[in-house]
Design a protein around this ligand. Structure first.
Ligand SMILES: [Mg+2]
Length: 418
């Protein structure tokens, strides 16, 4: 049986599923909420391209009789798609008006990293990677294919390329601008080519036309990495490599070659704090559009993956508690640099004081599955996120998102119905 987190305010964090009673319903508030709800998508609202039936019922609980949303919500996924596509899909699933700004993909919070938006940035990923980078504010991007073309002698792990350049009159394009930062939004195809060229750029400060005199003296290019999930579940019987596996390969090669740890300028995506801070901003924006005057003081996160969704929610809960308890500003910057949250004037003011997490049993987590002993000492999280098993414990387990929403509305004494 899953244990649950005891909240710092001492409130109830466990118990059975709740159903609204007739008497209680009369006392429910219909005034404006001061809370918002964040949903993970896959395993909570849908499996693949199909919405889950409890999710269809759950979203209706948040709408009035005319179908208007009464509680601010946003959708937080570590997938890497175009937000307009996902917004359209969620709208269709639930017959709900969802705008792209309500969808937070792993790279979306890179909107806040404005200091890189005008730099010449190499974007790593697969389909739509250039569009996604442009959509979140980067104006001058190139791809690994551009690097291959500009520097044809780098990719010798591709034997076909060896033969090609041996017989041609190829030369480096010296006019190709220096790469100034690397944005990694998802695992690429052709890992060997990407790893070789990324190391080349890292060892030459973005201009691989001259070998470094000493790898020790090289100033490393800034790296922004989105989504650190080592593996993910799909239709195969075992987990599949995620972007975190690719990052691990790069970290390992860089350390072997230089003797130094790879330095991340920013880690983005669940479970990092910046994604939850950005989600709070989106909820404030949705609340404003719904005409809600109250500051949002509490967020709920509903997810299916304890080590991603729940760890992230608990890390953000810790972050906002420390922010609110910090009187003399001494303790505010306790996060490692790669997880720090930039001061960005575009963000709505932080008003959330607490975040609760609800774990559902419709996705990765199975309530009745005991973890095996050999899992206990294996940590799949990223190097820059400490291994704290306590953080994977939710405020509450619910069997599905419908029961999760019922629990929240009961706890908040709120009804969306007029
Ligand atoms: Mg999920």
């Amino acid at each position: 049986m899953l244990s649950v987190r005891v909240l710092e305010d001492g409130s109830e964090s466990s118990g059975g599923d709740f159903y609204l009673g007739d008497g209680l319903e009369e006392t429910l508030k219909t005034s404006q909420p001061d809370f918002g709800i964040l949903f993970d998508v896959d395993g909570v609202l849908a499996r693949g391209t199909n919405p889950l039936e409890p999710a269809v019922k759950a979203l209706k609980l948040l709408q009035d009789d005319e179908g208007n949303l009464k509680v601010p919500v946003a959708f937080v996924t570590n997938a890497c798609n175009r937000s307009q596509d996902k917004a359209r899909q969620i709208s269709k699933w639930f017959n709900l008006q969802v705008v792209p700004d309500m969808v937070i993909h792993a790279p979306t919070p890179a909107r806040l990293l404005t200091e890189f938006h005008d730099k010449h940035v190499l974007v790593i990923g697969q389909e739509h990677r250039r569009d996604i980078a442009l959509d979140i504010g980067f104006k001058n991007v190139c791809t690994i294919e551009d690097i291959q073309k500009a520097y044809p002698f780098l990719d010798m792990v591709d034997h076909d390329n060896r033969k090609r350049v041996a017989n041609g009159t190829y030369q480096d394009d010296l006019s190709f601008p220096r790469v100034e930062a690397i944005l990694m939004i998802g695992e690429p195809k052709l890992w060997e080519t990407n790893l070789q060229l990324l190391i080349d750029l890292l060892l030459t400060e973005g201009k691989p036309t001259k070998a470094p005199s000493s790898v020790m003296s090289i100033k490393q290019l800034p790296i922004i990495a989105c989504n650190m999930d080592l593996v993910f579940m799909d239709r195969a019987c075992m987990p599949r490599f995620g972007h975190g596996s690719f990052l691990l390969c790069l970290e390992s090669l860089y350390k072997k070659i230089t003797g130094r740890e790879l330095d991340y300028t920013a880690l983005i995506g669940k479970p990092c704090e910046i994604t939850y801070r950005y989600a709070e901003h989106c909820i404030a924006d949705v609340a404003k559009r719904l005409g809600i005057q109250n500051p949002i003081k509490k967020l709920y996160f509903i997810g299916d993956n304890p080590s991603v969704d729940i760890v992230g929610a608990n890390l953000y809960h810790r972050f906002v508690r420390r922010q609110s308890e910090c009187i003399d500003n001494e303790d505010i910057n306790y996060l490692p640099r790669s997880r720090s949250i930039p001061n960005n004037s575009r963000l709505y003011q932080q008003t959330v004081l607490t975040m609760e997490s609800l774990l559902v049993g419709t996705g990765v987590y199975k309530e009745d599955e005991e973890s095996s002993d050999e899992d206990v000492d294996v940590y799949h999280g990223h190097r820059d996120i400490e291994n704290e098993p306590e953080l994977a414990k939710p405020s509450k387990f619910v069997k599905d998102v419908f029961h999760g929403i019922q629990h929240i509305l009961d706890k908040e004494q709120f009804s969306a119905k007029t």
